[in-house]
Design a protein around this ligand. Sequence first.
Ligand code: NI
Length: 262
Amino acid sequence: MTTPELLAALWADYTAITPQAARIHALLAARGERVQNDHVALRTFGAGDIGIDAMARTFEAHGWALRDRYRFDDKKLIARYWQHPDPSLPKVFISELCVAELSGGAQQIIAGLLAQIPAGFAALPWAGRPWQIRIAEYEALLAESEYAAWVGAFGLRVNHFTVAANALATFPDLAALDAFLVEHGFRLNEAGGAIKGSRAEHLEQSSTRAEPIAVDFADGTRAIPSCYYEFAKRYPLPSGELFHGFVPASADKIFESTDVNK
Ligand code: NI
């Protein structure tokens, strides 16, 4: 698999459950924009064979190199990001849930999911859900961790692509892009304000709200929020070099774009 084929496979997997991203991409293309991605973000459980390290293997084999690590205490997450020597390729941001920090009940549900993973399973970044989950298990996870419920329902896959706003020619800033999206009927994640971060932090981000999609559970089908589409504008550091990292306080709010009741 070539690197463009890898990214195309991830985009196909993502848009299959996130039709709004394909619609927005098409709207931008119709304006004459050539959309470049700032980063692609994946979620998983922090467990032996499917944690960050396992999920990163595919990207490292394609030349991405680890750049930095983060911790989100409130959400019980850790994350790392990778950058590719080709600056036109997206950064890769992978987070994992610190399962051991959850309640006994939630840990028990997740252990039940992990126990179903077949021997020899490869944690490919589009692997999906190698377990069955019941609606009551999803709801019990949701009551404690939105992130746990999302991974329980969708498995190992892309959570969002992020458009590089710096590479857009017809939008002067993120506010203009947000206004365009609202005008076309898309809902933005307003947690912490539509635009997270600031020029002073060298990174501004906004995102749509995840729309519900029908998911097959072990005991029936239920419509639940899938993935969102994100937009990032980066600013230079004092050195003049563009900032390529992430701002934990902003990312913390961005994680809430898949929340159910907002
Ligand atoms: Ni992101």
